[in-house]
Design a protein around this ligand. Structure first.
Ligand code: GDG
Length: 479
């Protein structure tokens, strides 16, 4: 069989391939595993299986030929410059992302963007159909590929199709704004099983099917009944997690621990090091966090160098206007606080618009006394789980927004509503002032939760749910 005609029992599809193209100084091209939760999660699933991954390689233009990398068959999907603008930056990140995150910023609706979204989703579906073996399991990821399940079913009725939603699924009142709501729901209903981060997300989806498509629903199951297609589709919560063992081992390495110590020293060994780590995204509540911290500085409840606040804001979606505006706002606010409250050698806020290697992230987590996770809406928030995972010493405290998926699992966090600035300030102060012994107890409980519900368990649960999804009813006997 020629390499381009290989067929696989497990096919994963996500907007991006799990690798980045690296070109060395002498022009040699190689591929490096890209950082991020999805990749780490799926790596462990793909490791022992005969699996293929369908996704965009990250550069506009022609796609590289399919290739094998780290035991996976990678099938790149091409995107033109226009498609990147309209399918990815436009429809995915400027229409769907705001609607699915409670319209924290307004969504833009352009018919042309949806046309491109449909076109690209079809290209993904065709690539999946090409590499899936007979009866294969197909696992589609996230909001960029919501039409893919239906398209794959048309092309390949023999395969089993699952979809996992990494972000929230909005209440029907918001979802209903989308002029393309019917196409999206019908696309998703092409799957046998749909996985969501929270029970509420799965319920929102089921309700949308009932109210907008008039379908019958019962509990977590939607009945699709068309002349040519009569099935039941299940939608339930399978919250994502992280590779607990792998990350904890990295945090325990002497090099990471030494780096954590060095970070604290270089910040003047503060009594309390507060940390935020987020993609620079308006969903993450970075502005609310900075506002609350600014008021604590003004009230002299915190002061550098006794308290130090480090905010890592990883560059993200820099060509989308809302993200450019957000960056200007956050950087203006950080500048204002530093102008007012910094002392020579002791800045009030240390702001870093960079992305860092994994070890550096683990060292930062290990160094931080308080982690601030204050999103206005977030599917899960892996950073919260990574923090408790790195704290093998049971030190540290987590301030956690109730609008994250993680809130539904990490009950021992210092819970805040980021819209309530007074409450947020109190949450931060409680995290600083609670006695260490009590904080240790809380941290221990959160660590147990993540250790028991790690990413391997998440993937296994998703695949079990997919395998046991309601079977297609036997076709009626001819009369
Ligand atoms: C979406 C959903 C859901 C960040 N900066 C660096 C870096 N990161 C890593 C973090 C973490 C991941 O990126 C970010 O994951 P989050 O869950 O916090 O947020 P999103 O990117 O919005 O992810 C979210 C997730 O999908 C999974 O389903 O939880 O709700 O929005 O792993 O550590 N990693 C490195 N350098 C950085 O500078 N190495």
């Amino acid at each position: 069989m020629s390499p381009s005609k290989r067929a696989f029992d497990l096919v994963v599809a996500a907007n991006r391939l799990p690798v980045d193209r690296v070109v060395s100084a002498d022009g040699e091209v190689s591929w490096r595993t890209s950082p991020g939760g999805l990749v780490t999660a799926m790596e462990s699933v793909m490791r022992d299986r005969d699996g293929a991954w369908v996704g965009w390689a990250g550069e506009a233009g022609e796609a590289p030929e399919p290739f094998e990398e780290q035991g996976m068959w990678l099938r790149p999907v091409a995107l033109s410059e226009d498609e990147v603008k309209q399918y990815y930056e436009g429809f995915s990140n400027d229409t769907l992302w705001p609607i699915y995150h409670d319209v924290i910023v307004g969504a833009s609706f352009h018919r042309q963007w949806f046309t491109q979204y449909e076109k690209v989703n079809r290209r993904f579906a065709e690539a999946i159909a090409e590499v899936a073996a007979k009866g294969a399991t197909v696992w589609v990821h996230d909001y960029q590929l919501q039409l893919v399940p239906g398209m794959v079913r048309e092309l390949r009725p023999d395969v089993r199709i699952g979809w996992f939603d990494h972000i929230p699924f909005p209440p029907v009142e918001l979802f209903a704004q989308l002029p393309w709501r019917r196409a999206i729901l019908e696309g998703l209903l092409g799957a046998d099983y749909l996985g969501f981060q929270r029970v509420a997300d799965a319920q929102n989806f089921v309700r949308a099917c009932r109210q907008l498509l008039g379908l019958q629903t019962r509990g977590d199951t939607v009945s699709v009944s068309r002349a040519d297609d009569s099935r039941r589709v299940r939608a339930s919560a399978v919250p994502i997690s992280i590779d607990f063992k792998g990350l904890e081992a990295l945090a325990k390495e002497p090099e990471t621990r030494a780096r954590a110590k060095e970070i604290r020293e270089s910040l003047g060994d503060p009594e309390t090091l507060l940390l935020g780590v987020d993609r620079l995204d308006y969903t993450k509540g970075i502005g609310h966090r900075i506002k609350a911290y600014g008021e604590l500085l003004a009230e002299d409840k915190v002061a550098p160098p006794r308290e130090v606040f480090v905010q890592v804001a990883t560059p993200s979606r820099e060509r989308v206007e809302a993200y450019q505006q957000l960056r200007a706002e956050i950087e203006g606010e950080v500048g204002r606080l530093n102008g007012e409250f910094s002392r020579i050698g002791a800045p009030a806020v240390q702001y870093l618009h960079h992305s860092y290697p994994r070890r550096e992230m683990a060292a930062l987590f290990l160094a931080a006394d308080v982690l601030l996770v204050t999103p206005l809406r977030d599917g899960m928030n892996l950073v919260a789980k990574e923090y408790v995972t790195c704290r093998y010493d049971e030190g540290g405290a987590l301030v956690l927004s109730e609008f994250t998926g993680a809130f539904h699992e990490l009950h021992q966090a210092f819970v805040v509503n980021p819209h309530d600035i007074e409450g947020l300030k109190q949450g931060i102060m409680r995290a600083i002032e609670t006695p260490d012994k009590e904080k240790r107890r809380l941290m221990r409980a959160m660590r147990r939760r993540v250790a028991d519900h790690d990413v391997q368990r998440w993937a296994a649960r998703f695949l079990e749910n997919l395998a046991s999804a309601p079977e297609r009813p036997a076709p009626a006997a001819p009369s």
